[in-house]
Design a binder for this molecule. Structure first.
Ligand code: NAD
Length: 496
């Protein structure tokens, strides 16, 4: 008997929807649950619940909203192992990595707990004689989030803690591939004291998403996923008059300068390229070897990739788990085939060896050398454990290929030279930059977001951008009777 996962609307689990989708444990290939796919009516019920909850929730003071988030933080900490296990069993990433995901997600809750401070507006006394002006940041209403499979807890928690802290109510549509963690988070938030209807979870696919994009009661849409869907979301939700932030795919380059600490760079590359089986939007998928460091890099990196310990993420000592689905495994394998036929040198072949027997969706780590910028393994996002080495003669050529790539999520430079690092950080056309840091995911009090086709919309996730995204600013100008002049003015007000 597999578990039945439904929706969480107005504080209750709903009965199953007519359409269902199977949820698998990617390490075993076994179906573990059946998740409801919301109909338009199901999604409309979630929106209606959020709409009903909004007036009372926006009236709760920021301090009291923050206290609920504090209680939620404590509950998530207490349930960290349970949540991490849910993630590993449905996503496949190793347990320690799933625990790391919870830690990064909690940072956003910690940030959102500061909402009384974050919401403060600006005040100017005497913008004119006896006239004061100030601004306040008010919630939008019902907002929604649509999230990908690769961070089933963290990406939803980039969104809803801050959105509800700002006084909005929320409809979350998580990935149908690993819905258990987000459903559990909604229960924990209810246990923390969140009123029913403030956070609703609808599981589903395009039908639920399209309902959120078109519904007149949805004020804003946050999306994280692949670039084609991000673009679709951005266009449709913008056309429907909504505020949108849509984060898309990536192809992240790590530049290894000739003066880099090679051991440090190799350690960083192995973790950043193969951690979570490369299924991270900030994974490094291209190593750009500058000058004569390439041969030494290959020499040190190749045995490390061959030695990756692949297996069920629940088992200790495992470094890399399976891919999310059989179909995705096939897609990554097709990219490896394409890389060979397009002329790249396959130094480590992840299609064979080093993987557990059985039905899981495992693939070993692959390493390509002599990759050129016209190859599909270079141009496209593979989202799997495949690292491409591109050899370039100098720093300028490294910058050029990175800037010319259509994606602009993250990048890193490994060097001992402060001048090169500073110049790189200043000029590179990428949203998040690491200097000797391979995965520069900003902390919650900064904002996360890429450039170019990695993000559609002006505002990034969490940090101050998150507060901006989930609030609307109101400017108030006031004077009291002593300051009121008795004549009527027919010209545009100017301060005296
Ligand atoms: P996806 O685009 O397939 O799915 C994301 C969400 O969109 C899911 O909730 C899914 O149900 C929904 N969706 C899928 N097809 C849809 C359609 N036709 N119409 C409407 N909604 C649809 O992405 P994924 O495979 O779950 O996640 C992997 C992708 O997410 C990668 O491209 C990765 O780079 C990206 N990602 C980006 C970031 C970032 O911060 N930029 C973070 C994590 C993941």
């Amino acid at each position: 008997m597999v578990a039945q996962l439904t929706h969480f609307i107005a504080g209750k689990k709903t009965p199953p929807s007519e359409r269902q989708s199977a949820v698998f444990n990617p390490a075993t290939g076994q179906q573990t649950a059946s998740v409801s796919l919301a109909s338009k009516t199901d999604a409309e019920q979630a929106i209606a619940a959020a709409k009903q909850a909004f007036p009372a929730w926006r009236a709760v003071t920021p301090l009291n909203r923050s206290r609920i988030l504090f209680a939620f933080k404590t509950l998530v900490e207490q349930h960290r192992d349970e949540l991490a296990q849910l993630i590993t069993k449905e996503h496949g990433k190793v347990l320690s990595d799933a625990q790391g995901e919870i830690t990064r997600a909690l940072e956003v809750v910690e940030f959102a707990c500061g909402i009384p401070h974050l919401l403060k507006g600006e005040h100017t006394e005497c913008v004119g004689t006896n006239v004061d002006a100030w601004s306040v940041n008010q919630p939008l209403g019902v907002v929604s989030g649509i999230t990908p499979f690769n961070f089933p807890a963290m990406v939803p928690m980039w969104m809803f803690p801050l959105a509800i802290a700002c006084g909005n109510t929320f409809v979350l549509k998580p990935s149908e591939k690993d819905p258990s963690a987000p459903l559990r988070l909604a229960e924990l938030l209810q246990e923390a004291g969140l009123p029913d209807g403030v956070l609703n979870v609808v599981n589903g696919d395009k039908e639920a998403v399209d309902t959120l994009l078109q519904h007149p009661d949805i004020e804003a849409v946050s999306f994280v996923g692949s670039t084609p869907i991000a673009q679709y979301i951005y266009q449709n939700a913008s056309n429907a008059g909504k505020r949108v932030q849509a984060l898309g795919g990536a192809k992240n380059h790590m530049v290894i300068m000739p003066d880099a600490d090679l051991d440090q760079a190799v350690n960083a590359l192995v973790g950043a390229a193969y951690g979570s089986a490369g299924e991270r939007c900030m994974a490094i998928s291209v190593a750009v070897a500058v000058g004569d460091i390439a041969d030494k890099l290959v020499e040190k990196l190749t045995p490390r990739v061959r030695a990756l310990h692949i297996g069920n993420g629940m088992d200790s000592g495992v470094e890399m788990g399976p891919l999310i689905t059989q179909a995705h495994r096939r897609k990554v394998k097709d990219y490896i085939d394409a890389g060979i036929s397009q002329g790249a040198s396959l130094l480590v072949d992840g299609r064979k060896g080093g993987q557990p027997e059985g039905e899981g969706y495992f693939l070993g780590g692959s390493l390509f050398d002599n990759v050129t910028t016209d190859m599909s393994i270079y141009r496209e996002e593979i989202f799997g454990p495949v690292l491409c080495i591109v050899r370039v003669p100098d720093y300028r050529s490294a910058v050029k290929i990175i800037d010319e790539h259509e994606y602009g999520n993250g990048t890193a430079i490994f060097t001992r030279d402060g001048d090169s690092a500073r110049q790189f950080a200043r000029e590179i056309q990428i949203g998040m930059v690491g200097i000797n840091v391979p995965i520069p995911v900003p902390m919650a009090f900064h904002s996360f977001g890429g450039w170019k086709r990695s993000l559609f919309g002006p505002l990034h996730m969490h940090g101050q951008d998150g507060v901006r995204f989930y609030t609307r600013r109101k400017a108030i100008t006031a004077r009291w009777p002593t300051g009121i002049r008795h004549d009527t003015e027919f010209v545009i007000p100017t301060m005296k």
